[in-house]
Design a protein around this ligand. Structure first.
Ligand SMILES: [Zn+2]
Ligand SMILES: [Zn+2]
Length: 367
């Protein structure tokens, strides 16, 4: 058992508070990771605000990166001292796992959203009382994470470890949705709605695929400027224009593909209405719970469709190192929109990204 520090929220919308915790020794198939850094993702803030109703006391954070400190007796994939990026957990033996789609694992909810292992225990505690500690398999707003081995993905030691955590969620989601789920042919057109971390990653993915027309849609001018810098060919400020009409004007026949990252219902509808014949839209943004959105079947009937995508339809064990390689080659320059904060400044980092929106991807550096 080791002692660590975790950032914990005790009331809906409240501040994160630093608390001491105890971390168990690894079980046979587990890995103890000393976290070096963790990105903050929109989902962490959504749980803090209880827009996503998961246990509030759960240690959040799911873009961790760190160094392996101890491994269980059955672990062969990583060893002490390895650098790892943490991603979501999966069982490894159900049908989606075998088909390389671990984000649709039969056990996804229990393994990633309950805060517990499959047997109902948590690897974290405070004075003998369990502290839920398996958010997305990792709970990385903490100095240590005790994770299932499938969650820890080894990366090369030359890479800047403190930058790598967002590869485990935001980058995998955005890039993967384009190159794994939509597979746009070179020369095609794509519209990306909402250009935070995931949307900007989708734009970089579209560029990697050779899309000829890449349209960024957002309401924040600074984010649209960043989209242009990363490969968008056009941008649309959705706050003052008819987005669907504008996309038809740019593309002449509608967008071949779209990616919706905001979860705003009107944007979901626009992402489908802007499609060409045929055309596919990927829905990535978390919409408000229980919502239903109407679509015109006259429009959908002409070869159009919408597909929900989690974690970029990626086989994370191979996809995360693939993205790390693209970063190393200068083809995924997401460091342009990262800002680092000390772990203690987590509340400031959330304010700057989720409240004012001036920072796109905050990364916490652990002491
Ligand atoms: Zn995330
Ligand atoms: Zn599975």
């Amino acid at each position: 058992m080791v002692q660590g520090i975790a950032a914990v929220v005790r009331e809906p919308g409240g501040d994160w508070v630093m608390e001491e915790m105890e971390v168990e020794a690894p079980r046979a198939d587990e890995v103890l990771v000393r976290n070096v850094a963790s990105g903050i993702c929109h989902t962490d803030v959504a749980v803090r605000n209880q827009d996503v109703k998961l246990p509030l006391s759960m240690v959040l954070g799911h873009e961790g990166s760190g160094i392996v400190e101890a491994v269980g007796s059955a672990v062969t994939q990583v060893k002490v001292g390895d650098h790892v990026v943490l991603s979501g957990d999966s069982c490894g033996h159900c049908r989606p796992c075998h088909e390389g789609l671990p984000s649709y694992c039969d056990d996804f909810v229990q393994r990633n959203l309950s805060g517990e292992r499959m047997d109902g225990t948590s690897p974290l505690s405070q004075n003998g009382v369990a502290l839920p500690g398996r958010f997305n398999g990792q709970s990385s707003f903490a100095t240590y994470s005790l994770v299932p081995v499938r969650t820890a993905i080894k990366i090369e030691k030359e890479l800047p470890l403190e930058l790598m955590g967002p590869l485990g969620c935001g980058l995998t989601t955005g890039v993967g949705t384009v190159i794994n789920a939509l597979k746009p042919p070179a020369g095609s057109s794509i519209a990306v709605f909402g250009v935070g971390t995931v949307g900007l990653s989708a734009i970089m993915g579209a560029r990697l695929c050779g899309c000829a027309c890449i349209i960024a849609v957002d309401v924040k001018p600074a984010r649209l400027d960043m989209a242009l810098e990363l490969g968008a060919t056009h941008c649309i400020d959705a706050s003052n224009t008819n987005v669907v009409k504008e996309i038809h004007t740019i593309t002449k026949r509608g967008a071949d593909f779209s990616v919706e990252c905001s979860g705003v219902p009107i944007a979901v509808r626009n992402a489908v209405d802007c499609l060409a014949r045929p055309g596919w839209s990927a829905q990535v943004g978390a919409t408000p719970g229980g919502i239903e959105i109407p679509f015109s079947m006259d429009h959908m009937g002409f070869g159009r469709g919408i597909k929900g995508v989690v974690l970029g339809d990626a086989a994370t064990q191979t996809f995360v190192p693939y993205l790390a390689g693209l970063y190393k080659d200068g083809r995924l320059p997401y460091d342009k929109f990262v800002k680092y904060y000390d772990f203690d400044d987590i509340n400031q980092a959330v304010h700057d990204s989720a409240v004012t929106g001036e920072v796109i991807k905050p990364i916490l550096k652990m002491p």
